[in-house]
Ligand binder design. Structure first.
Ligand SMILES: [Zn+2]
Length: 164
């Protein structure tokens, strides 16, 4: 995966991702997750993953965003994604947020989820869900990502040290 911090920020005054150490942390975590993802999401090709570009942007505008982070497609062919990060609502380790969002990217890449159908709807494993009728935490793709994010997050060397 290619990681970029060059995209116009959602929050234009933000300096959050100008920090080189934070950038390295993010790149290292995503690099480790990328090797693990095909084991968790069967059918996910590591060559496909290698060619995906992820743009990391700061969405820390508490008026507009209620989630700690979210993922959006940047290209319809699944070659580019935006991971927007805001930590206004919680103290979650940024690397755990990234693990969660990478699960969503894997869902897109494997075709588990299709958000191109419009009408406030998403197709998840062949079934249509109307977004406004199902709370965030009850959405099956969220349950899937919440379950699998720990399999990624737990592979980080310093996280393992604390868990043993
Ligand atoms: Zn999610």
């Amino acid at each position: 995966m290619k990681i970029e911090f060059d995209l116009g920020k959602i929050n234009p005054d933000s300096k959050k991702f100008d920090d080189q150490l934070l950038r390295e942390d993010i790149k290292n975590a995503i690099g480790i997750y990328a090797t693990k993802l095909p084991e968790i999401y069967r059918g996910l090709d590591s060559d496909v993953l290698d060619n995906v570009t992820i743009h990391i942007v700061d969405a820390s505008n508490p008026d507009d965003y209620r989630q700690e982070a979210f993922t959006k497609k940047r290209k319809l062919d699944n070659s580019e994604f935006i991971i927007a990060i805001s930590q206004f609502n919680g103290p979650t380790d940024i690397r755990e947020l990234l693990a969660h969002e990478l699960c969503h990217i894997a869902q897109f890449l494997t075709g588990m989820i299709d958000d191109s159908v419009g009408n406030d709807s998403v197709i998840w494993e062949g079934e249509r869900f109307v977004l406004s009728s199902i709370p965030h935490q009850k959405r099956p793709w969220e349950k899937d990502a919440i379950k699998n994010q720990l399999k990624l997050y737990g592979t980080l060397p310093d996280i393992n040290r604390f868990q043993k």
